[in-house]
Design a protein around this ligand. Structure first.
Ligand SMILES: Nc1nc2c(ncn2[C@@H]2O[C@H](COP(=O)(O)OP(=O)(O)OP(=O)(O)O)[C@@H](O)[C@H]2O)c(=O)[nH]1
Ligand SMILES: [Mg+2]
Ligand SMILES: [Zn+2]
Length: 311
């Protein structure tokens, strides 16, 4: 029997099967070792084959895509946050807590690599002072200029909810971002019954409390929303990079990639090469310095062969 993994807590997987039945399944020991090096061999969003009598997952169907994050410490373990998604929403907060452009850019680059469309939701607009609103506007200009859809929202306001809901129709959407940016608060408006836990930020650090501890998929509530699903995820601190080749990193920064077609060398790393069109565009202000710095920081990970903390 085929089913959709909607939740994973420790060694238990909740699988949605025909007739809206939810089955709690395990995976067989041998299956766990099937050459998958992530901390979670089966992820929320996976389609799986199950043995419905024994309640075992026996196989995973090929993934269309996934959002993965490499641990920022040296363990080099990776974790699949969600798989088979139609789009990702990255919640960004200019403050409470602050989301850095490096973090945004790393998320966007990894989504590009796995061909997942991203919408940037600038949340907690209601809390921003004049300077912060200005900063939010600048960021929205920057990212919409590159081609990403950007929305300024307040997770508790009806007008924001309607804007987000229209984007969910008929799709599987994963919501990600730092702890405390409001993922669960926002998603609670779209799911029936069961409410996800939410919590205020720590007063001392103005950061989230890692309230959500595992990914979970919910059907979106509402007329005609039957085939629409959202996935709430635990807040991520940092976003390590992947095993990219240096000349590949530029492919995942859309505007850098576009410019790079004019570089003299096809394997240009856009750091020191003569005739580099990207360096030229940075100097002219056509490519934002913050984006170029994020690009360099991802290249740097590669050179140092380690993952950096706390973006
Ligand atoms: N003022 C304001 N507060 C918000 C908004 N969105 C969320 N919050 C508050 O921010 C706090 C954190 O929200 P959560 O929904 O728990 O954040 P989360 O992203 O799910 O955090 P983790 O589960 O830890 O990853 C809660 O106190 C929310 O009420 C918003 O748009 N405006
Ligand atoms: Mg949460
Ligand atoms: Zn170049």
């Amino acid at each position: 029997m085929k089913g959709l993994v909607v939740r994973n807590t420790g060694s238990w997987y909740t699988v949605l099967v025909d007739d809206d039945q939810l089955l709690d399944c395990k995976i067989k020991g041998a299956f766990r070792l099937k050459g998958i090096r992530s901390t979670n061999p089966v992820a929320v969003g996976d389609w799986v084959e199950i043995d419905a009598d024994e309640l075992f997952i026996t196989d995973i169907c090929d993934r269309r895509n996934y959002i993965i994050r490499k641990s920022i410490n040296l363990s080099k373990q990776s974790q699949i946050i969600a798989s088979n998604v139609d789009q990702a929403f990255l919640l960004v907060t200019v403050s409470h807590p602050q989301t850095s452009t490096t973090f945004i850019d790393r998320f966007l680059a990894s989504a590009e690599a796995y061909r997942v469309a991203v919408v940037l939701l600038f949340n907690k607009t209601d809390l921003l002072n004049e300077d912060e609103l200005f900063r939010q506007g600048e960021l929205m200009k920057l990212y919409s200029g590159i081609g990403y859809e950007c929305l300024a929202i307040t997770a508790t306001e009806a007008s924001s909810l309607i804007q987000v809901q229209t984007l969910l129709y008929g799709k599987v959407s994963v919501f990600s971002g730092h702890s405390g940016v409001g993922k669960s608060t926002l998603l609670n408006h779209f799911i029936a019954g069961h409410q996800q836990k939410t919590a205020p930020l720590s007063e001392a650090h103005d950061q989230g409390m890692h309230t959500t501890t595992f990914s979970e998929m919910f059907r979106v509530n509402g007329v005609d929303m039957g085939k629409s699903f959202v996935i709430d995820t635990p807040g991520i601190r940092g976003f390590g990079t992947f095993d990219f080749e240096p000349e590949e990193v530029g492919h995942y920064f859309r505007e850098i990639f576009l410019e790079s077609t004019h570089c003299r060398f096809s394997n240009c790393t856009h750091t020191h090469e003569p005739g580099c069109a990207v360096l030229c565009a940075v100097e002219e202000g056509k490519i934002a310095m913050s984006r170029y710095q994020s690009y360099l920081s991802m290249l740097g990970d590669k050179e140092e062969n380690r993952y950096r903390a706390a973006y």
